[in-house]
Design a protein around this ligand. Structure first.
Ligand code: ADP
Ligand code: MG
Length: 321
């Protein structure tokens, strides 16, 4: 059985070009440019809570980093360095090798360097702390929304929830490929998040379902919102093989999707079209922010009057955190 030291040396030591000191000492030494702010986030994935024990280790390695990248993307930040705290029940070296490969595939794709971590024995879980940079004063918080802002969503939230329901045999999809990919290998919207600096007024990543996350944005911005039910991007969900009510349900209340929810001035519509094409990512305009703090209304069509969005009514698919 390899020692912890061998395991780290073999699987988690890669040259870090943008750190003064990396894996192998008691701590890493990092340097950020004087006009930049350091942006820091942490997320844990625990077996049995956030993933099944039989998940492919390569996918898990990818996702462990990707969920943290999504949080940095939602700040408009550029990811730089990560630390990884890994708790393993036993050392299965081929499992660790595949996990590390998935982690470094994701790290390489988004320019992240692993600069340290911890390896211990215990129930399977992994915690990443991710460090990024943003030009001073330009981070996009949840609090910057303005009344009259359009509300936008990237991609297609709800696919990961469909993937999970399909794995649990709760539904049968005609095509589960996109849903399972969304669940196992989420694509963090890093480049889009950076490009939204100076465009998005408020932003967060949707990880607990759109309804709850709109409420978070409104609460932090001290505003209300009108959500246009007919504008929701349901097509990819319906293409996977579910009906419209279930598609709406998973979009509003699914979890584990890591898309960007943001608000922007109506003047930004043209530039958002251009950015969507540039990143091959759909940005869908799903409503507006309004003056009335806390009032989140669902607009079903010109004939019916808006009604309050029952956020908790859409809560029972919520993923654990
Ligand atoms: P210490 O006992 O001084 O905390 P460790 O034995 O925990 O040292 O770690 C030795 C070195 O290996 C440190 O630089 C640490 O950051 C790094 N390290 C430990 N586990 C991991 C891991 N899973 N991924 C990356 N680096 C790790
Ligand atoms: Mg130490």
């Amino acid at each position: 059985m390899p020692s912890e030291f061998d395991l780290i040396r073999r699987h988690f030591t890669r040259p870090a070009r943008h750190a003064d000191l990396s894996v192998g000492d008691d701590a890493a030494l990092l340097r950020i440019a004087p006009d930049m702010q350091l942006v820091v986030t942490t997320d844990t994935l625990a077996a049995g809570t956030h993933f099944f024990y039989d998940v492919l280790p390569h996918d898990l390695g990818w996702k462990t980093l990707a969920v943290n990248l999504s949080d940095l993307a939602a700040m408009g930040a550029t990811p730089r360095w990560a630390t990884l705290a890994l708790t393993l029940p036993a050392v299965d070296e081929s499992w660790v090798a595949a996990f590390a490969k998935g982690f470094f595939d994701c790290a390489g794709r988004y320019g992240v360097e692993l600069v340290g971590g911890d390896t211990t024995r215990g129930p399977l879980s992994m915690t990443v702390t991710l460090f990024g940079e943003v030009p001073e004063g330009q981070a996009i918080t949840r609090a910057g929304g303005l009344p009259g802002d359009d509300l936008w969503i990237s991609g297609c939230p709800g696919l990961a929830a469909l993937g999970l329901m399909s794995l649990q045999n709760r539904i049968r999809l005609t095509d589960d490929s996109r849903a399972l990919a969304a669940l196992h290998r989420p694509i963090p919207r890093v480049e889009a998040g950076e490009a939204l600096r100076g465009i998005a007024n408020a932003m967060l990543d949707v990880s607990d379902g759109l309804a709850g996350d709109i409420a978070h944005l409104c609460e932090c911005s001290k505003l209300g919102a009108r959500l246009d039910l007919e504008a929701l991007p349901l097509a990819p969900l319906i293409a996977a093989g579910v009906d419209k009510p279930l598609a709406r349900q998973v979009l509003l209340a699914g979890g584990d999707d890591y898309e960007l929810l943001f608000s922007a001035l109506p003047e930004a519509r043209d530039i958002l079209d251009v950015l969507g094409r540039k990143f091959n990512l759909s940005f869908t305009r799903i409503g507006q922010l309004t003056e009335e703090a806390g009032a989140i209304l669902l607009v079903e069509g010109p004939e019916t009057s808006p009604r309050p969005l029952d956020v908790r009514g859409y809560d029972h698919f919520a993923s654990p955190d």
